[in-house]
Design a protein around this ligand. Structure first.
Ligand code: PAF
Length: 300
């Protein structure tokens, strides 16, 4: 079936209801995006299509989560290419509203406050970013609520898909949904990497060839820590930090091993004693004009 584009919340609900009834559907998946889609988004869409009867992808560049007006303006808009990619993945519906549809009364006076989980890491260098992102995610999760009952009269199972690459955003969305009882299951999808290890990101297109090469040190350093965790060795984060700092084009912001649920740094002892348990190694650095983030889950 050809992909369908809708731009209003009302049309999204009508089309979602029509598709669910037509397909006797018992489940609907939503993939929120800001467009400029790449293979990482394709993987989110593919996972949603595999797991649900009806899949909706939203494309909305959310002004609330940008600090600088210039960043918002230069964010790539590639709707035609995005639709082509999503159609190839078997997505049913694309919801691409304009700003007035999402914020009809201008900037919302009441917003989601992301709280303590957003104070560190990305939140520290991008004030207000996560409040803006969570506010639009809350709205998109509401817009995407399945438009009809499933075949036995019960609500269809509702899932939403977020990439593990944006680890702090994923943790915040999981907490928002749990803390505020949103009727949706959040499905994390593993990071997609280029063949050389670089995590895919819409920002990679702004890297020169030399900067892209330099940026590989982020995934190399994470892999080093991951290998040590898998071998039950001390993580020796200092030597991994030194590896990143040896690359002159890379300006490291943070490199830490944190608790995946609280994002608090793990106890110092995993640096010197064998690593056991669950952790998340997170890194952020500026490479040329771009701030890059990456992470790997650790389990041992
Ligand atoms: O991760 C993103 O692309 C955005 O932060 C999201 C979740 C679509 C909200 O605007």
């Amino acid at each position: 079936m050809p992909i369908k584009l809708v731009t209003t919340a009302a049309a999204l609900r009508t089309e979602s209801a029509r598709l669910l009834i037509e397909q006797h559907g018992g489940s609907q998946g939503l993939v929120p995006t800001m467009g400029a889609l790449h293979e990482g988004h394709a993987q989110l869409a593919r996972t949603a299509v595999e797991q649900n009867d009806v899949t909706v992808v939203s494309i909305f560049v959310n002004p609330l989560q940008f600090g600088e007006a210039t960043d918002l303006q230069r964010y790539p808009r590639t709707l035609d290419a995005d639709l082509e990619l999503l159609e190839a993945e078997g997505v049913d519906l694309v919801f691409a509203p304009d700003v007035e549809e999402v914020y009809p009364n201008g900037e919302p006076m009441v917003r989601i406050t992301s709280g303590k989980l957003a104070e560190k890491w990305e939140g520290a260098s991008r004030p207000g970013h996560f409040d803006g992102a969570l506010t639009v995610v809350a709205k998109l999760l509401h817009f995407g609520i399945p438009g009809a009952c499933g075949n036995n009269g019960t609500p269809p199972h509702y899932r939403a898909y977020f990439g593990q690459k944006d680890a702090q955003q994923l943790t915040l969305v999981q907490r928002m949904v749990a803390d505020l009882n949103f009727p949706v299951e959040i499905v994390p999808v593993p990071t997609v990497r280029a063949g050389d290890g670089l995590a895919l990101s819409s920002r990679n297109r702004f890297l020169s060839g030399e900067e892209r090469e330099a940026a590989l040190v982020l995934s190399r350093a994470l892999r080093l820590v991951e290998e040590r965790a898998n071998a039950h060795q001390p993580l020796d984060l200092d030597s991994a930090v030194a590896l990143v700092e040896s690359q002159p084009l890379v300006k490291l912001d943070y490199f830490e091993v944190v608790d995946p649920a609280t994002l608090e740094p793990l106890a110092e002892n995993c640096r010197e004693t064998p690593f056991r348990g669950e952790g998340l190694a997170i890194i952020a650095a500026r490479v040329g004009p771009v701030r890059l983030i990456d992470n790997v889950p650790l389990s041992s």
